[in-house]
Design a protein around this ligand. Structure first.
Ligand code: SF4
Ligand code: FES
Length: 234
């Protein structure tokens, strides 16, 4: 059995196991710590910083999804500083990308009283939808670079390494190596990336076509046509 330690969480003494993250301890004790890049199926990388908490004696806020609990730590999960940081992160996201299909993030925005017009001059990420395969579309105007899709495509699940990032700094976006179309990559169309995407940036093709106004019959004709084409040698 792992060694136990005690720490203080929002003024209450709690116990934790050695190696548990602050997020795990907080959730075990009923604290609502919001997360975006964290997903139980993927390795936490501390990218979005929405889960930050205040730890006494530490100069900056700490990402709860990767920082481990330590003996006698004093942690605040919803201090004024924490609230302000989370609100600002959400406001920056709202100013730069399309969160219209990110229901969980919209709920967080409500919870933190986000002003969606706080950064009116922010440049929005607006790129055309990539529709290059029969299984899913990629709408990177809705991508917040949480990295979940890249991780399930790699060592966290599928080991296919079809997705990665491209560009640097502000230009960074998720893509494929050399910007190849999905059929030209190692993608096996497993759909795991679609399953972990929190914003609708990756979406099943059928759902996308229904939203575009196509009927189920029209979609099935498209699919049948595609299968026939595949079967014929060229
Ligand atoms: S496409 Fe979705 S899962 Fe991938 S990084 Fe963007 S928001 Fe995250
Ligand atoms: S959830 Fe912890 S940094 Fe994103």
């Amino acid at each position: 059995m792992a060694d136990k330690l005690t720490l203080t969480l929002d003024g209450q003494e709690v116990s934790a196991e050695q190696g548990q993250t602050l997020l795990e301890v907080a959730r075990e004790n009923g604290k609502d710590v919001p997360t975006i890049c964290f997903h139980e199926a993927t390795t936490a990388n501390g990218l979005c910083r929405l889960c930050v908490v205040e730890v006494e004696g530490m100069r900056v806020l700490q990402p709860a999804c990767i920082v481990e609990a330590a003996k006698d730590m004093k942690v605040q999960t919803r201090s004024e500083k924490v609230n302000r940081a989370r609100k600002t992160i959400l406001e920056m996201l709202a100013s730069t990308m399309d969160l219209s299909e990110a229901a969980e993030i919209q709920a967080m925005m409500k919870d933190y009283g986000v002003d969606v017009n706080r950064f009116p001059d922010a440049e929005r990420r607006e790129v055309p939808v990539k529709d290059d395969n029969p299984m899913y579309i990629r709408d990177y105007s809705k991508c917040l670079l949480c990295w979940r899709c890249v991780q399930v495509c790699a060592d966290d699940a599928q080991y296919t390494y079809a997705l990665n990032f491209e560009g640097r700094g502000y230009e960074t976006q998720i893509g494929t190596f050399f910007d190849k179309s999905i059929p030209e990559t190692t993608c096996v169309l497993c759909g795991q990336c679609v399953g972990v995407c929190p914003t609708g940036a990756l979406k099943p093709k059928r759902e996308f076509l229904l939203e575009q106004g196509l009927s189920p019959q029209e979609i099935s004709v498209l699919n049948t046509g595609r299968k026939r084409r595949k079967a014929k040698p060229t």
